[in-house]
Design a protein around this ligand. Structure first.
Ligand SMILES: [Mn+2]
Length: 372
């Protein structure tokens, strides 16, 4: 760390709040160590992360890799540090992947590539190859289970902790370890935003996370962070959620033969909801679980690519130990993966075929699926 010339921080494609906020905090932490810092966002940021970016703009160079599209916005003055002006200009370069790739090719041993919130090369989209080939030192900070393909990227150091609530929590630990940088208000806000997002507003937080949250709360309020994260769903997303419910097919899994079938209250059958939408499949999958499904599968397609989003309840995972990322989608294809109760995949195939394959894997683990 003492001698980093160029630092490039890369997140997974379509960065979420945890990914963006990790980049924000790390870029502040590394200011002191690196000569220059560049943040790369493959395929941009999701809607809510974009909102956070407006509130907490990065004051390092930002490259948003837009596959196939070529246009630029000029970098606005670099001294956006610590100002409270929410509408302050921030520098963003939108570019094709060539610029990011060219830069990584030029990196050498004195440079560092930091991958955050993902360890799966697939999630790096267009820049994955360039990272693999780069001569720079490489480090990953992540709270997802290690993907088998991760070794391909050739990391010099891996900080992976699946017990951490979020990558932001791991970045917080890094601050503590280095002790070289006091955590300022904006960094505290970023770290708290990442934790809140990845713990569903602390609903699934563990005790270890709470002490960090308490420390951040000395600098920033929970209310302020929650207000940034609240977004009204737009029309198309609400329609997608309702359509998913309208079109959904239901299956029942008989749980009589399951080991813990008679554990208190656990004897009711498992309900699986399968549906398809034109867009917002992840939100729709979440909606079906909110309605009462134990497991939901929502498919949508874009051109010749079919995408699926899977969600389940915590109790479904406790009963079946079926990890939606590792046991279901990673088995359908190496392009799939995710968490125990939320996972996604995108593959070149038809919707019907993808649905069939996912249900087949689930059937192998849970047994017969009866139509409801
Ligand atoms: Mn995360």
């Amino acid at each position: 760390m003492r001698s980093v010339k160029h630092l490039c921080i890369i997140t997974h494609r379509l960065a979420d709040v945890d990914a963006y906020c990790s980049v924000y905090a790390l870029s502040t932490l590394f200011k002191k160590y690196a000569k220059d810092i560049i943040a790369v966002f493959p395929e941009g940021l999701n809607a809510i992360a974009n909102k956070v970016m407006h509130d907490l703009p990065l004051d390092v160079k930002v490259i948003i890799v837009n596959e196939g599209k070529e246009y630029r916005e000029n970098k606005g003055g670099g001294n956006g540090s610590n100002n409270d002006n929410n509408s302050s200009s921030y520098g963003i370069t939108r570019s094709t992947r060539d610029e990011a790739i060219g830069m990584l090719e030029y990196y050498d041993k004195d440079d560092l590539i930091l991958i955050v919130d993902t360890n799966n090369p697939v999630m790096l989209a267009g820049v994955s190859e360039a990272v693999t080939k780069s001569k720079a030192r490489k480090m990953v900070i992540d709270h997802h289970p290690i993907a088998v393909e991760a070794s391909r990227l050739g990391f010099d150091e891996m900080r992976v902790d699946v017990d951490a609530s979020s990558t932001c929590e791991m970045v917080y630990r890094l601050f503590k370890e280095l002790r070289s940088r006091r955590i300022g208000r904006n960094v505290a806000k970023a770290l708290l935003l990442g934790v809140l997002t990845d713990t569903q507003n602390l609903a699934i937080a563990r005790c270890a996370t709470i002490s960090m949250v308490a420390e951040m709360c000395k600098l920033v309020s929970l209310e302020e962070c929650r207000s940034i994260l609240t977004v009204e769903r737009d029309y198309s997303e609400r329609i997608a959620r309702l359509r998913a419910a309208q079109r959904c097919k239901l299956y029942k899994v008989n749980t009589d033969n399951m080991v813990d079938a008679n554990r208190d209250g656990y004897s009711s059958p498992i309900i699986i909801a399968v549906s398809s939408v034109g867009s917002h499949h992840a939100s729709a999958a979440k909606a079906l679980v909110d309605l009462g499904a134990d497991l939901s599968i929502v498919i949508s397609s874009e051109g010749s690519i079919a995408k699926a989003s899977l969600r389940s309840t915590q109790s479904f995972y406790a009963r079946t130990m079926l990890h939606l990322g590792n046991d279901v989608l990673a088995r359908v294809s190496s392009a799939g993966g995710g968490h125990s109760t939320a996972a996604s995949i995108a593959l070149e195939m038809g919707e019907a075929e993808l649905t069939k394959r996912i249900l087949q894997v689930i059937r192998e683990r849970l047994g017969r699926l009866d139509t409801l």
